[in-house]
Every structure is written in C-alpha cells, then in structure tokens.
Design a protein around this ligand. Structure first.
Ligand code: 3PG
Length: 215
C-alpha cells in the first residue's frame, strides 16, 4: 500500500509554497528565505528542467527541509524525485499506474482529486489525504464542506487559487490540515530575487495560520 506523506510531516507547516523554478541558482537563496520564515515543507514543481537538480541541491543543503516534488504526471518522475532526495511526490491527479509506481518507489505520494469518484479511488488505494485541485475553480470551501459530509475521514490539501484572502476559510475546515499555493513565492518574485516580499508573504501566511489554531 502507498504511503501518504505522513500527516505529521505535512502539518508541520500548514502552508506549502508551490515553487516554479527556472533558474537553479535561485534554489538555495529561495529555500533559505522560506525556511527562515518558518515554512519548512516546500513543493518544487517538475515543470521546469531545473526542478530535479534543484530538489537535489536543496535536499543536500537543507537536510531539515521537507521537499515535495510537485506536478508529477509520469511514473518516471516519481523515481527521479525520490533519487534527487524528495520527501514526497504530489500529482495533480490520480491513476492506478501512478500509485503503483509510488508504491514500488516507496516515496510517499499525495494524489490529486477533483471528484467523488477520484476520492473513492484514492480511498480504495489507502490514501487518507489528497490534494484537492484546482480548488477555487471546483468550488473551494463549499465543495470541501460537501465532501466532508460524504467522506468524513478524508483530509485534503486544497491547491489552486489559494491566497491570503481565502487561506483562513480553508484552514478553518476540519478536513483541511494544510494548503498549498504559489502566492507566497510566485515565479515573478523569485526571478526578481525579491526575498523581502517573499519573506513578508510567508510571515503574513503564518500569522493567518496562527489565528486558525493550525500552527
Ligand atoms: C499547483 O501546481 O499545485 C498549482 O498550480 C498551484 O496553484 P496556484 O498557482 O493557484 O497557487
């Protein structure tokens, strides 16, 4: 059976910055800012060529950082992410082949779901937490409230359209221990090396987390 990233691991940091990195040399200063701000679980999306080398660099330089490889859409990426030092893999979707690959890689895996059928598939595969994606487009908090009635044991990491404006309402849901999103460190701020603004966004996010009691 595939392991989810452990519940304790994910909720160590209830806000996961989703990173799209196009310049590998920015991996270290960016991670430093995020970790110093208190965000220790970070998703590096496999949407760029430098993502795997960046995961390797970050894992070596920051052994305490918990790096998830995001946007995983092929079985091969699961093994590449594991070998680069990722602590878990996140996919926008779920398929039988992919969770079999996650199982044989032994890399904890967070599958993406959007519908009741996909949640059922994830439950049947043994997952207790899924990425809910793209959250805002799918109805966000209201849809998750409905899912909580149907699947009371399932936890979700909503992703897609999360921001400072709606973070508190997501984290107020019992079924949401953690959210992920790119708003803390969007690509434009990373490329501009605007570490001050990224740090300010991380701190504001953590203030919101603190008020929800999920710190
Ligand atoms: C992801 O890759 O998980 C999403 O693109 C993040 O969505 P956001 O950019 O709306 O936060």
């Amino acid at each position: 059976m595939v392991d989810s990233p452990s519940f304790e691991t994910l909720i160590k940091s209830p806000v996961i910055p989703v990173i799209v990195l196009s310049e590998v040399q920015l991996a270290i200063p960016l991670t430093e800012v995020l970790i110093d701000s208190g965000l220790t679980v970070i998703e590096i999306t496999l949407r760029t060529e430098v993502a795997i080398p960046a995961i390797r660099m970050i894992s070596n330089a920051f052994p305490k950082a918990i790096i998830g490889a995001g946007t995983v859409t092929t079985n091969e990426q699961i093994f590449l992410a594991r070998d680069a030092g990722a602590s878990f893999a996140i996919s926008p979707g779920i398929s039988q082949k992919m969770y079999q690959a996650a199982n044989s890689s032994s890399l904890p895996f967070l599958p993406g779901v959007a519908t009741p059928s996909e949640i059922l598939m994830a439950k049947e595969a043994g997952f207790s937490i899924c990425k809910f994606f793209p959250s805002e487009e799918l109805g966000g908090v209201e849809r998750l409230e409905m899912f909580a009635q149907i699947f009371p044991d399932m936890k979700f990491c909503p992703t897609g359209g999360i921001s400072e404006a709606n973070l508190a309402s997501y984290l107020s849901l019992a079924s949401v221990p953690v959210v992920a999103g790119s708003w803390i460190a969007p690509e434009v701020l990373i490329l501009a090396k605007d570490w001050v603004e990224i740090e300010a966004r991380a701190q504001r996010a953590l203030e919101i987390v603190g008020k929800t009691g999920k710190a």
